[in-house]
Design a protein around this ligand. Structure first.
Ligand SMILES: [Zn+2]
Ligand SMILES: [Zn+2]
Length: 142
């Protein structure tokens, strides 16, 4: 299942450009400590499945943040770009890296149990703890 829309995006300096077809025009925010440290805020991510095509990846930096995942950024300007499974089964793209981040509906907040108390998003949406996210992920890959 995909949105059927191919969207383009880039890092701040333009050295890394890409296209991707999101599964849905949805974004979620991750409040986990790793995403916050990496992206300077809760990471707004868009699930693009396996559709990411990096047009120019010569300047793409890759950091292996865990045994199963890696985080990709522009090695020139430092922009946060992609979070992906090492086996290629899933990529989340930073919503803010797309040319038009305003088109995504904000549907879910994850790792809410790691969110610091000094900020909160207004409005009602699905909220999941880290344990709930990990349980949902392991069901998908069974
Ligand atoms: Zn850049
Ligand atoms: Zn996270």
């Amino acid at each position: 299942m995909t949105s059927g829309k191919t969207l383009s995006g880039r890092c701040l300096c333009g050295a890394v450009t890409f296209t991707a077809e999101p599964r849905a025009l949805h974004m979620d925010s991750c409040h986990c400590s790793m995403c916050r440290r990496w992206s300077a805020g809760p990471l707004f991510a868009v699930d693009v499945g396996t559709s990411l095509k990096i047009a120019d990846g010569a300047k793409l930096g890759v950091y292996g943040s865990s045994d199963w995942a890696e985080r990709c950024f522009c090695s020139v300007c430092g922009s946060t770009l992609f979070w992906r499974m090492r086996d290629g089964s899933f990529t989340g793209v930073s919503a803010q890296a797309f040319d038009d981040p305003g088109i995504f509906e904000f549907t879910t907040e994850i790792f809410v149990d790691e969110k610091p108390a000094n900020y909160a998003f207004a409005g009602e949406r699905k909220r999941m703890t880290g344990a709930e996210v990990l349980a949902a992920f392991s069901k998908q890959s069974e």
